[in-house]
Ligand binder design. Structure first.
Ligand SMILES: [Zn+2]
Length: 414
């Protein structure tokens, strides 16, 4: 068999494995709670608050779609015209400097064209009191995330183009394996290495709440090493909690905003949801699906690379040379747009399962509903967003869907 035939076989195997994993691990049949319960929940929310949440999202909407459109147009211009190749050529003649500096330059351009929209967005979230960040702190966060992105990006670019340089026929095989390993590594390393760059974590002081949360985890059969408080109030009023790490490093993290804004019972309820993710190994499933998807994408890129019309548009000889970075970006932007709604759908189903876990573990649908109402209010959610927008982008069930799930649960509907 030729390398190309091997690539076709590898792509088929990866896609079948991805489909099998998704079939086995995603709770596909977990439909949202009845609409009647949702409307009932909506009616119990403070009308003034609902209107404010809707106004907030109506103001954010142009920024969101404009950023998507501008980002896509920039990627298409850089990838489907010779502009991207020219930009990479500016960084010298050596393939490795082109790969790293040229790649970072192309990514920087796409970041800079959407920067004005990010600034506009920040003015809105500050005006609505969600963000508590000054412009200085906001800019510092932005620079930090650019720095993290540049370090990671440089490593990935150098690794990828070293492989394509030294294995021109088989790079897709090494690249697919490498990117799969990278996804797994990042998923476990990023929380430990990158989170501390943005937030400070301190152990929750001894007391009733800490003891309750540890006892909850124990009862759930999900041992955790520690309960940490993150100083999220430095930048936001939004409340949240999550469980990160695996096995011996697993920890519960609660935003400090949660401790001042929610009752201890509600913190327990949110934590029970997070333990559901840990218990069902949702992070592991997501990581494995991401690794298979990324590996399949690399092989698909290799196959797309024989489409000469595409290469001609970008003015490159091969999809695997550093001058084709713009083209790679354009293709991945399009792929991201297509894959986004599918990822959101899977995420909503998984989140709904964690909600059911929280209800089962606490046996307290009233507190769960109160907590959802509070989360929605403080985070200024649109409790019942437009159907199409929810379907395309939402990573979680809506506030009224989650409240309705608690009501259905209380009636004995599972
Ligand atoms: Zn969740």
């Amino acid at each position: 068999m030729t390398p190309r035939q091997w690539a076709v076989v590898a792509l088929a195997v990866l896609l079948v494995a991805l489909a099998a994993l998704a079939y086995a691990r995603v709770p596909w049949r977990r439909a949202p709670a009845p609409r009647a319960d949702q409307l009932d929940a909506l009616g119990r929310l403070d009308a003034e608050r609902v209107a404010r949440g809707r106004r907030f999202h109506a103001e954010l909407r142009p920024a969101r779609y404009l950023a998507m459109a501008v980002g896509l147009i920039a990627a298409l211009v850089l990838g489907l015209t010779p502009a991207g190749a020219r930009l990479v050529e500016l960084t010298g003649d050596h393939w490795l400097t082109r790969a790293v500096l040229g790649g970072l330059l192309v990514i920087l351009v796409t970041e800079l064209v959407t920067l004005p929209i990010a600034i506009w967005r920040h003015t809105v979230v500050v005006r609505y009191g969600i963000s508590t960040q000054s412009w200085g702190a906001w800019a510092a966060d932005l620079l930090k995330s650019y720095a993290v992105g540049a370090v990671l990006g440089a490593l990935v670019l150098a690794g990828f183009f070293t492989i394509t340089h030294f294995a021109p026929d088989w790079w897709w095989a090494f690249g697919a394996a490498g990117v799969a390993v990278l996804v797994v590594l990042l998923s476990f390393v990023l929380p430990v290495l990158v989170e501390p760059i943005f937030n400070r974590f301190t152990p929750m002081p001894e007391g009733a709440l800490r003891a309750d949360l540890l006892a909850l985890a124990e009862r759930d059969g999900v041992p955790v090493r520690d309960v940490l408080v993150a100083d999220a109030s430095r930048r936001t009023r939004a409340v949240n909690a999550y469980v990160s790490g695996l096995g011996p490093t697993r920890r519960i993290v609660v935003f400090d905003t949660m401790l001042t804004e929610a009752t201890p019972d509600e913190v327990v309820s949110v934590t029970a949801h997070e333990l559901g993710h840990a218990k069902d190994d949702d992070v592991l499933t997501g990581t494995l699906m991401g690794a298979l998807g990324a590996a399949a994408a690399v092989v698909a890129l290799h196959l797309l690379g024989s489409w000469t019309a595409l290469l001609d548009l970008a003015g490159v000889d091969s999809i695997a040379e550093p001058r084709a970075i713009g083209l790679l970006l354009a293709i991945s932007s399009i792929a991201g747009l297509v894959a986004g709604p599918a990822q959101a759908f899977v995420s909503r189903r998984v989140e709904a399962r964690a909600d059911t876990h929280a209800l089962d573990l606490t046996g307290d649908p009233e507190t769960f509903e109160a907590m959802q109402r509070r989360l929605g209010t403080i985070n200024l959610a649109d409790p019942d967003p437009p159907h199409w927008e929810h379907a395309l982008f939402a990573s979680h069930p809506s506030t009224v869907q989650r409240m309705a799930a608690a009501r259905a649960y209380a009636r004995g509907v599972r």
